[in-house]
Design a binder for this molecule. Structure first.
Ligand SMILES: *Cc1c(COP(=O)(O)O)cnc(C)c1O
Length: 360
């Protein structure tokens, strides 16, 4: 272990991850629940997460093959689904060698597939665009794509699509998207996969042979403060410590710019975390942090390495005390709302500079 002087860290509760996985997979016991660990497992460390889940999970998913290869380099042997498929023709050979399933979404990828000899014998998923208009074959193209695959390739094929609005319970769009995919599934008698976290929680009818569990695995809610997501346990707790305390008079400001003025004589704590660590620079004055059992408001601008917090009402708080930015005691959604972003972005942007401490 290298020397660490600063105490800022992201504590990753691997036991919470396993519990979240079990809770969600029990909601759809007829489906195989894929653990989506792209983007370094949403900032939680993909290899550590894969290891923790290895006895429970049949299939992992990442965005592109580099992420899949990194798992193999760390000794992870579970099958990996590559959600954006091959970026290069040579990815197909690597997929075969490493037991990666490939999601194919475009004609150029089908061309690469067909030019392989002997024929590509790995798992193929076909991505169908049912209305998100981002990735996938149009419904009308699927016949043509199928006609280019061998009987053997079609036998294990999974038809797959992605929801644009699964978080919105009173929206018609998910129903329409699902209907489009199910028509194809019936026609070809294939396996299918539609649901992401919000789909699993909000749209039971979308549970397929495979569901793709991302955000909820990490204990964050894809659907706001719904009762359904409440048993989820936040897997990441982001912490930093107070490194200075200052008292300022009414009317004074703090940090860069002039965005906050003291309305009273104020005791300010300077905390060793900033936007270079992934704490959002957008966080408004008033965004809560958690210190010694209470909430205290962020004041002034978030700097690269520091933030400042009004601790006037927290009498016993001193230098060295631990501050939670989000996690078990402070819902990440509150920080996201105060920063004009979403929990997904906050989790994935915790930077390399922040050591992860794994507990279970
Ligand atoms: C990232 C991703 C998921 C996981 O989504 P969550 O909302 O985090 O559950 C599922 N499917 C695809 C195609 C993805 O890219």
């Amino acid at each position: 272990m290298s020397y660490t002087s600063r105490l800022t860290k992201a504590i990753i509760d691997l036991d919470a991850l396993v519990k979240n996985y079990q809770y969600i997979s029990n909601l759809s016991s007829n489906s195989d629940t894929i653990a989506v660990i792209k983007a370094d497992a949403y900032g939680h460390d993909a290899s550590k997460v894969a290891q923790a889940l290895s006895s429970k999970v049949n299939l992992l998913a990442v965005a592109f093959i580099d992420e899949a290869l990194a798992l193999r380099a760390d000794g992870i042997e579970t099958k990996v689904l590559v959600l954006e498929g091959p970026f290069k023709e040579s990815d197909l050979e690597l997929a075969l060698e490493n037991n990666f399933a490939l999601m194919l979404h475009s004609d150029y990828q089908i061309d690469w597939l067909k030019s392989m000899s002997p024929e590509f014998s790995g798992d193929i998923w076909l991505k169908v665009d049912t209305g998100m208009n981002r990735l996938g074959f149009q419904v009308e193209q699927v016949d043509n794509v199928m006609s280019q695959l061998s009987a053997k390739q079609i036998k294990n094929l999974v038809l797959c699509s992605h929801f644009a609005t699964a978080d919105q319970i009173d929206c018609e769009r998910p129903v329409k998207q699902l209907k489009k995919l199910k028509v194809l599934v019936k026609k070809y008698g294939c396996k299918f996969s539609m649901a992401n976290s919000a789909g699993i929680l909000n749209w039971p009818e979308s549970h397929g042979h495979y569901n793709r569990l991302g955000l909820a695995l990490y204990g964050a809610s894809p659907i706001g403060e719904s009762r359904k997501s409440r048993p989820l346990i936040p897997a990441m707790t982001l912490q930093a410590n107070i490194i200075a305390i200052h008292t300022v008079k009414v009317g004074e400001s703090v940090g860069y710019g002039n965005i906050w003025q003291a309305q009273r004589d104020t005791r300010l704590a300077t905390v060793a975390i900033g936007y270079a660590d992934g704490y959002p620079r957008n966080a408004k004055s008033g965004t809560p942090v958690y210190i010694n059992g209470s909430l205290a408001p962020l004041v002034g601008r978030v700097s690269m390495d520091m933030i400042t917090v009004d601790i006037t009402d927290l009498k016993h708080t001193t230098i060295g005390d631990t501050v939670e930015l989000w996690g078990k005691n402070l819902n990440i959604d509150i920080v996201a709302q105060n920063s004009d972003t979403i929990n997904y972005e906050l989790l994935t942007r915790v930077s390399k500079r922040v050591p992860r401490l794994f507990v279970s």
